[in-house]
Design a protein around this ligand. Sequence first.
Ligand SMILES: Cc1cc2nc3c(=O)[nH]c(=O)nc-3n(C[C@H](O)[C@H](O)[C@H](O)COP(=O)(O)O)c2cc1C
Length: 378
Amino acid sequence: MLNMVFEKNLSRTMGVHLSSGVTMSRLFSPLTIRSTTFSNRAWISPMCQYSAIDGVVGQWHLVHLGGFAIGGAGLVMAEATAVTPEGRISIGCPGLWNDEQVDAWRTVTDFVHSQGTKVGVQLAHAGRKASTMLPWSDHPMAGLDEGGWETVGPSAIPFPGYPTPRALTLDECLELPRQFAEAALRAIDAGFDVLEIHAAHGYLLHEFLSPLSNHRDDAYGGSFENRSRLLVAVAVAVRAVCGETPLFVRISATDWSEGGWGIDEAVQLAVLLREVGVDLIDTSSGGNVPASIPVGPGYQVPFAQRIGEESGIATSAVGMITSGEQAEAIMDDQHVVAVMVARAAMRNPHWPLQAAHELGDAVEWRPQLERGRWAPKG
Ligand SMILES: Cc1cc2nc3c(=O)[nH]c(=O)nc-3n(C[C@H](O)[C@H](O)[C@H](O)COP(=O)(O)O)c2cc1C
């Protein structure tokens, strides 16, 4: 039922009429980006698991991500995955810089595909917030003798509590887009359907965007155009190698800090990214500097709406989205085409099935789970 072609006769109150005559919520109607069709718009947000060995994913990742596929998500986005060894957040983060990593990821993507679900990967470089131990280790930073490394950033300005990074050289800035493009090719080889460039949460590309972490006086610092240059170059390089694969960029819409990166520049950036072939802005916030953030249900949704409305690009919303009704209401905005759910899906990997039940949608369940299906509402 979920593989029906999406018909654009939307009704705000009635949901979406599929060609079968069935009416679905917007949340559980299919979505096509380029030539990729997602069975619904209840997507799983990337979540670091700190469980890779030398950047190679294993059984934990298969069960973690595979569980979301069984749970009915339209897209499962794998966690921040480093394009180089130094791009990992922790010594346990995965990568896509060698063939062993590609083969390990393929086990995950094969399983997710077997459940009729699309799977994406977040290509990342952690910049100055890198070289950590696992969150549950007894100390935060990994020393060189523990597999750690010298961190890099736009400028030699540390994130509070982290070591001072080395400022990337001009040559290294020129090299970074090629490193993302090579990882993108490996991701496609590994079977991923969607690529997402991680430019949020205070990691390297966000560090370049924000005047609080970028004090460079060359072509990569200063003006908005210069601070955006590296991310735009990365997006161009990835789009050049990824063909028709949907390309998303996760950004922080604001640093939540005076003098920092903010929503006006985020809108301008979205226009630049749309022009170079990015398909969707996955809209998050914060992470580049300590800040007081007014966290609450759907608190980042207005950023996704504004970026979509003012730049014309599709967006996804994330952040404290916990119920089917809440997610469906977010779909009222024509630019917000999907929701990303993290912690609610951690608590219940079958969150999409639960949301569909709340909305009264008779979505397909895996036959093995059928006996657990709720009786239809009403
Ligand atoms: C354990 C954990 C790991 C996360 N790892 C990532 C990550 O790899 N990349 C990313 O962009 N966001 C990451 N996030 C942020 C989530 O994707 C999401 O944006 C955030 O948790 C807000 O959504 P929620 O309220 O649904 O949890 C992580 C969140 C959690 C809880």
